[in-house]
Design a protein around this ligand. Structure first.
Ligand code: ZN
Length: 161
């Protein structure tokens, strides 16, 4: 979510914008996130995120978290409607990127759901392999909360709410 976290203040400052059609709807908006979601901008933001984690923890975690941060751009590339520039501010007016899966909402929702369930499963598998921390919250409880909250968010998103 790092790229979207940086997107929020730029959106509030009207530097990055969203064009929504009347009535809104799932995946119908064209997003002008020309800094945070440009290829080079995403690489820079991911490198900054990874560098912070490297400084704060270690090299391995820095590389891992930088890669995870950049995975957001790769996943957005699948769904965005050709609105992601290569260079920040769409410098050079290069072709805009995005495979546009949002044009087929059912397929997009299924892909989102599958990626989400796979991510939660990976979390659950990794968390349960760790030694018990002695707290009351178990990996299964966190998994249940993640599945429920994710299902609610995806449902609201799919309904265009
Ligand atoms: Zn995004």
């Amino acid at each position: 979510m790092w790229l979207d976290v940086v997107f929020v203040p730029l959106f509030l400052l009207n530097i990055e914008t969203i064009d929504s059609p009347p009535g809104g709807g799932y995946g119908r908006s064209v997003i002008h996130a020309d800094y945070t979601h440009s290829l080079v901008g995403a690489l820079i933001l991911s490198a900054v995120f990874g560098a912070f984690a490297w400084w704060r923890w270690d090299r391995r975690l820095g590389l891992l978290l930088g890669g995870v941060a950049f995975s957001h751009w790769l996943l957005d590339l699948i769904v965005h409607r050709g609105d992601m520039p290569i260079l920040p501010a769409n410098a050079g007016d290069l072709p805009l990127l995005g495979f546009g899966l949002w044009r087929v909402p059912v397929a997009s929702i299924l892909v989102e759901a599958a990626l989400f369930v796979a991510g939660v499963f990976l979390y659950w598998r990794a968390a349960r392999s760790l030694p018990a921390q002695g707290g009351r919250v178990t990996p299964s409880m966190v998994t249940a909360v993640l599945l429920l909250s994710g299902a609610i968010v995806l449902a609201l998103d799919a309904l265009g709410i």
